[in-house]
Every structure is written in structure tokens, then in C-alpha cells.
Design a protein around this ligand. Structure first.
Ligand SMILES: O=C[C@H](O)COP(=O)(O)O
Length: 254
């Protein structure tokens, strides 16, 4: 269980029109979230502004699923940190395994993006995780160590106390066909990640678990020491699914 806030959020990946996004957001506006929780939602780019408008005044933070590291320029198809801020987002997800596997994201580009995000006042949510093959080879902690060091060593000196989040998402646990990590396995990896983060940044860095989280297993994860929140896909894409998990996590904190 987290000592500080328990971060409970969802990325919608490439799902929802603006109308669908507004419907999800409007279901949140009357919810009294537990003070122990920090809720957040990460819509696709097209829905950031309408969701941020609908959630103005609520405790839910809004994020983007990716961004470019450059300030502006000839980067067709890309989105800058300033554009994301302009739409009302205050967080940005970086390095999701789907972007690493399908769009050439690397530890080097994630590092560049972390620095840019912080300079623009965006909280980076840095996704890390080993593949099934790396796990089978007994290399999970080695892979995570490298990912964490690369991402956190890029934090500019003036921003070392800014909020930075990690999300441990074993690649084999994500999406359709994914197998959720056992809470014990996730807890062991979180302990290893916490040691590397402390070494690299000189302070604790909150780390969320993601990968087939659902209403049936969410409490097992948040009961683990060192798991500071949950990053949820499919089980939170419907408002009632998200709120069910939020309620269970609030109970776990009580
Ligand atoms: O961004 C969220 C993660 O990739 C987890 O997705 P999932 O809960 O659908 O497995």
C-alpha cells in the first residue's frame, strides 16, 4: 500500500469518440473521490480538451498518451508538450510497451521526452516492463533496471523534486490474452524498481502497477508494499468499471 496518494488511472488507448469521452467524464463529475486517491484519465489526443473541460473542478487529472520531445517544428503527425498543456492535460504517458513494440519508442526517446515534459510542467508517467522472453530468461530486473535508469537520469537538475511517476507493466500481462502478474511477483519487481529509482533520482518515485487489472484483483495489488497505484486499460473504459475499482481501492485505504 502506498504511503502517499494511491494513483488510480486509466488510458483509453485508441478508443472513444469525443461524445463517448464526454459521457465517461460526465459520470465522474459528481463522484466524491477518497482523499487518499489521486484519480486520472488518459484519453486519446482528440478527446483531451473535451474531457479536461468536463472535468474542470473535479479531482481527476487528465493526461496524454504520448508526445514529441521537440518544442515545435517539422515533425509531421506529432504533438508537442505545449499543445498538450494547451488542451488542459497535466500528465503525459511515455514509453508504453505498445509504443515501444509498434512505433519505435526506445529508452533514449523516452528519456528525451521525460526532460521535455518536466520543463513544460507535465507529470511524466513512464511505462516500463519486461517481455515474456526476458522474464523467461530471468532478466526481468535487469531490463527494468536499465529502463528506470535511462528514464530517470534524464530528469533535469532543476526538476529532481518534481512529480515523476513510473508504471510497471509487464508486457505479457497487458491486453487481450495477457496474464495478470501475481501480486507477489508484481510486489517483488516493485521493490527492485524502487531501489533503482532511489539510487538514480535520490528519492522515492511512486510506481503504479498495470496489466490486466480488474475489479477482482485490484485489491491484491494495492495491498502490496511498494505498489503506489494502478494503471488500468480495458476494465476502466466504461465509467462504472473504473468507479468500481476506485471504490474497492478506497475501501482498501480506509
Ligand atoms: O495502459 C494500460 C495498460 O496497458 C493495461 O491495459 P489492460 O488493463 O487492458 O491490460
Amino acid at each position: 500500500m502506498a504511503n502517499g496518494s494511491l494513483w488510480i488511472g486509466t488510458s483509453w488507448k485508441m478508443n472513444k469518440t469525443r461524445d463517448e469521452a464526454r459521457q465517461w467524464a460526465s459520470a465522474m463529475t459528481t463522484v466524491a473521490f477518497s482523499e487518499r486517491l489521486q484519480p486520472f484519465v488518459i484519453p486519446p489526443f482528440t478527446s483531451i480538451a473535451p474531457v479536461a473541460e468536463a472535468l474542470a473542478g473535479s479531482r481527476l487529472l487528465v493526461g496524454a498518451q504520448n508526445m514529441h520531445w521537440a518544442e515545435a517544428g517539422a515533425w509531421t503527425g506529432e504533438i508537442s508538450a505545449a499543445m498538450i498543456r494547451d488542451c488542459g492535460a497535466t500528465m503525459v504517458e511515455l514509453g508504453h510497451s505498445e509504443r515501444r513494440a509498434n512505433f519505435g519508442e526506445t529508452d533514449e526517446t523516452v528519456a528525451l521526452k521525460v526532460a521535455t515534459a518536466l520543463r513544460h510542467g507535465l507529470t511524466p508517467l513512464i511505462c516500463i516492463g519486461e517481455t515474456a522472453a526476458e522474464k523467461a530468461d530471468g532478466r526481468a530486473d535487469e531490463v527494468l533496471d536499465h529502463q528506470v535508469r535511462m528514464a530517470l537520469s534524464s530528469v533535469p537538475a532543476d526538476y529532481r523534486q518534481s512529480t515523476v511517476l513510473l508504471a510497471y507493466e509487464p508486457v505479457w500481462s497487458i491486453g487481450e490474452g495477457g496474464t495478470p502478474a501475481t501480486a507477489a511477483y508484481a510486489g517483488e519487481r516493485h521493490a527492485a524498481i524502487a531501489r533503482v529509482a532511489q539510487e538514480t533520482l535520490g528519492r522515492p518515485v511512486p510506481c503504479l502497477y498495470g496489466g490486466s487489472v480488474n475489479a477482482g484483483n485490484c485489491r491484491d495489488y494495492v495491498d502490496q508494499p511498494g505498489i503506489d497505484g494502478l494503471f488500468i486499460g480495458r476494465s476502466a473504459w466504461q465509467a462504472d468499471g473504473y468507479l468500481k475499482i476506485v471504490g474497492l481501492c478506497a475501501d482498501a485505504c480506509a
